[in-house]
Design a protein around this ligand. Sequence first.
Ligand code: HEC
Ligand code: HEC
Length: 211
Amino acid sequence: MKLTGITVAAIALTFSGFVSAEAPAAGDVEKGKEIAAGICAGCHNPDGNSAIPIYPILAGQYPGYLAKQLHDFKAAEGETAKRDNQIMAPMAATLSEDDIANLAAFYSQQKPQSGPVTDASLVKAGERLYQGGNLENSIPACSSCHSPDGQGIPPHYPKINGQHPGYTLSQLQAFRQGTRKNDTNSAMQTIVSRMSEQEMKAVSEYIATLK
Ligand code: HEC
Ligand code: HEC
């Protein structure tokens, strides 16, 4: 068979389709920027450095993780979304595959700023748990998956450093309540089921200090 330009492109497309679960096709940053400015900036700020603690900072996050979240917010007919959130569900519902890839590319290339610590008295306790875990209650060190500096390990373990403490705490609670169940092998759901409210608060404050 003689490979024409079109067959080569078709093979490349099929192949990138397989790979997309791991690493999505590189998106178009300029197109992503346009959608972000039009729909997302009101909450996440134009560069993804949201100023309000309930809205996560998206700047500098891995594109594969961002794309996965935007998919997980979408609910299939008659089912609850794996990440069930009333604010993001309608946002994600309007996005095409290309839009998602473009937005993920745009945000991943923005320079992240840190959200402010809200209770400095908890930072030390948070550091102990993050870096060392809690052996007594079988809580693993967060650093083992999210790395000691919170930079994460792509594509599965997100970057969490510098995030608003309020948002981080809300996600730990969501994993506990089961409104967020999009973590592979229920890793996060298992861990938070062993954590106290105080531990969740403390580790959220510490994470904001990581760079
Ligand atoms: C009205 C406010 C609002 C708008 C507009 C909005 N978001 Fe969000 N976004 C949120 C909230 C709130 C959350 C946290 C949801 C949760 O708790 O699960 C969130 C979470 C996210 C997350 C998950 C981040 C993470 O670290 O897991 C991504 C990705 C995201 N938004 C992207 C977008 C994109 C892209 C747009 C535009 C198409 C957008 N958002 C528009 C409020 C908003
Ligand atoms: C065994 C690996 C593992 C360990 C240990 C782990 N995590 Fe995670 N964590 C994950 C995975 C996987 C995800 C992404 C889930 C997804 O795809 O949405 C995640 C997501 C998160 C998120 C959501 C980030 C966002 O932007 O919404 C937070 C916050 C978080 N982890 C905090 C922690 C804390 C705090 C600890 C320690 C108490 C911890 N993690 C330990 C695997 C782990």
